[in-house]
Design a protein around this ligand. Sequence first.
Ligand code: UDP
Length: 244
Amino acid sequence: MSKKTHVLGVPFDAVTMEQAVAKAKKMLTEEGQHFICTPNPEIVMEAQKDRELMNILKEADMVVPDGIGVVWASKYSETRLTERVAGYDLTQNLMAELAATGETFYFFGGAPGVASTAARKMMKKYPGLKIVGVHNGYFDEKEEKKIIQDIKTKSPSILLVGLGAPKQEKWIYDNIRLVGAKVAIGVGGSFDVMAGNVKRAPKIFQKLGLEWFHRLITQPTRWRRMMRLPKFALTVLKTKGRKA
Ligand code: UDP
């Protein structure tokens, strides 16, 4: 088991990307079902006022930092996180490593057509990759029952859920037992990136820990959400080392 380190009460696994990939692959060999969360500072802030979300993050089987802000904040926690483990990169690595195996994926989320384009592109990028099903992320109650049935029938090893946070975390928590996937991961807007509709920041921004800044200038409608970043930093500084 990996060490946990708490950032504003959220228990992160102190793992590198390589260890996170290994841990996720190990889950595929274990009994039962597992879910992985990849919170960024916005979600850590959201969990301060959303108890349900905080409890889900506490119960998740692996929680990795999708945001350089969380890595920075961990210097005030029990164990320092060494690197950002972005949900997008984690799923890319898992697809690369599992393409040649019998493990299967299901893409659930995004606007109509996005998950299927993403699936097509990923199967081309990783020859041998098995994506057994896709569904968009806009549904009513009736449609939801059908989606659950479809995932259950196709029985993927890994279910990627891209409904945006915290909707996807709550959906996974409520439904993982019904859909039967071995591992479920909340992936936010990853299908938009895989489909080529949204570009990630250039590598240099990622290396310098400035992907958030790139997002702000390329998707200015996110500014309101991103106002949580300075609030996150201030809260961390005020509550240094708080665990619960
Ligand atoms: N989305 C969805 N169903 C919804 C709301 C959102 O499938 O009811 C998708 C949306 O199309 C987008 C993703 O969820 O692909 C959210 O992307 P974002 O980058 O905002 O993710 P976050 O930063 O919230 O994790």
